[in-house]
Design a protein around this ligand. Structure first.
Ligand SMILES: [Ca+2]
Ligand SMILES: [Ca+2]
Ligand SMILES: [Ca+2]
Length: 218
């Protein structure tokens, strides 16, 4: 009955709002979320790897009642100066609406080519854990419940062949009470075997091919 009342109230509220009545205001800077996250070269992109990323997960890792934010960063194929490589970042949310970077203290610094992040309490200890997909090695981070995470990728049997993993989801597909993990892998990317866009444009268009009575003529 209570669910019905809540649903009815939501429907009444939605009906009362004219289209376009809800507005969003960009407050990233005042919230303290000013770090730069990379996804390939700025401006023009030469490779498909540079157009996918990055990701974010909102969850309450320290169970203080305020959402925290975890961002993944990819990278740049040309690299970064030594010591300036970007890292995934975790920000702790406060009741004042501001976020504080706690990546190092939480043990989540990573220099890979991050893609997506998904959240689930895979060990059922009451603290949300984190899985991060990458172009390269994925990571499973167990929440210690003490404000930090530990990388348990290998111990969990997830340290196999490195691929380009783009998405993930925790779910209990067999209803045994233990979370399972679904990972979406994308294509095989080998930079050395892919021509630059300029080289592709300079190639002549493919010839017309016709098939007649089992024979192929060009
Ligand atoms: Ca929190
Ligand atoms: Ca957990
Ligand atoms: Ca399961």
């Amino acid at each position: 009955m209570r669910a019905c009342i809540v649903l009815l109230a939501a429907l009444v509220l939605a009906a009362a709002l004219p289209p376009g009545a809800v507005h969003f205001t960009e407050i990233a800077a005042q919230a303290g979320l000013t770090d730069v996250f990379y996804c390939g070269r700025e401006g023009a992109k030469d490779y498909i790897l540079e157009i996918l990323g990055t990701g974010v997960a909102l969850f309450d890792y320290d169970r203080d009642g305020y959402l925290d934010a975890f961002f993944t960063t990819a990278g740049r194929l040309e690299g970064f100066p030594a010591g300036q490589e970007p890292s995934n970042q975790l920000y702790r949310g406060g009741k004042d609406g501001k976020f504080t970077r706690v990546t190092a203290a939480a043990g989540l610094e990573s220099k890979g080519w991050g893609q997506a992040a998904c959240v689930g309490d895979f060990d059922n200890d009451g603290f949300e854990d984190l899985f991060v997909t990458s172009f390269g090695r994925n990571h499973l981070y167990r929440n210690t419940g003490k404000g930090s995470f530990e990388d348990v990728t290998a111990a969990a049997g997830l340290d196999g062949r490195e691929r380009w993993s783009v998405g993930c989801a925790f779910l209990d597909y067999d209803l045994d009470g233990k979370l399972d993990l679904f990972i979406v892998n994308y294509l095989v990317f080998d930079k050395s075997r892919i021509p630059l866009r300029a080289a592709i444009r300079s190639q002549p268009p493919p010839s017309t091919t016709t098939r007649t009575a089992g024979r192929i003529s060009t």
